[in-house]
Ligand binder design. Structure first.
Ligand code: GAR
Length: 201
């Protein structure tokens, strides 16, 4: 099984979905570490309760030096012999240095039907735009923000009377089903990032 870390910043509901899916013996990824950029991230406690090792690398002492933060994070991943990294509500933009180092082994879940609504506040922006369908995307991470190739997407309807809370809850439910399926595709090698760029070892 592929040694996998989940990176979080918050409550970690997608993290829980991945941990639960990976409890099946035939799931191709093993969740061995949950790391957060905020020591107060609620998901860390949920990970500990599930018996998963946790780490926090607070980004704040590093100020504007994103790479210095990422070098520390990278060290934690390497010490734990991580082979695959799943971003699950990890709210730090990663530099090309980190992304290139993990290219092909770094995936993210984003709460929109990419390429629509890259960035933040996706549900409010989808409502504002008046789209009929919204959803979520699991994709390989590349240096350009929210631009990497899609692994899987799930769609939900936007219903009359929806607000940000109702729409985000409908999408989140899909996220919890989608992310384990997508992670399994990557861990098993069924989904790959086609690239000529070097992969860090
Ligand atoms: C999820 O909706 C995820 O798609 C989103 O943050 C939420 C985290 O919730 N991620 C992003 O917006 C990434 N830019 P969770 O902590 O309960 O999984």
């Amino acid at each position: 099984r592929v040694r996998t870390a989940i990176l979080i910043s918050g409550r970690g509901s997608n993290m829980v979905a991945l941990i639960e899916a990976a409890q099946a013996a035939d799931f191709p990824a093993e969740i061995v570490l949950v790391a957060a950029n905020l020591p107060e991230a609620g998901g860390l406690e949920r990970a500990r309760q599930a018996g998963i090792a946790t780490a926090s690398v607070d980004h704040r002492p590093f100020g504007k030096d994103r790479e210095a933060f990422e070098r520390k994070l990278d060290e934690v991943l390497r010490v734990n012999q991580i082979e695959l990294v799943a971003l699950a509500g990890f709210m730090r933009v990663l530099t090309p240095w980190f992304v290139t180092r993990w290219q092909g082994r770094l995936v993210n879940i984003h709460p929109s039907l990419l390429p629509d609504f890259r960035g933040t506040h996706t549900h409010a922006r989808a409502l504002e735009a008046g789209v009929a369908e919204h959803g979520c995307t699991v994709h390989f991470v590349v240096p350009e923000l929210d631009a990497g190739p899609t692994i899987l997407q799930a769609k939900v309807p936007v219903l009359p009377g929806d607000d940000e809370a109702s729409l985000s809850a409908r999408v989140l439910q899909q996220e919890h089903a989608l992310y384990p399926r997508a992670l399994a595709l990557v861990a098993s090698g069924a989904a790959r990032l086609e690239t000529s760029a070097g992969v860090g070892t």
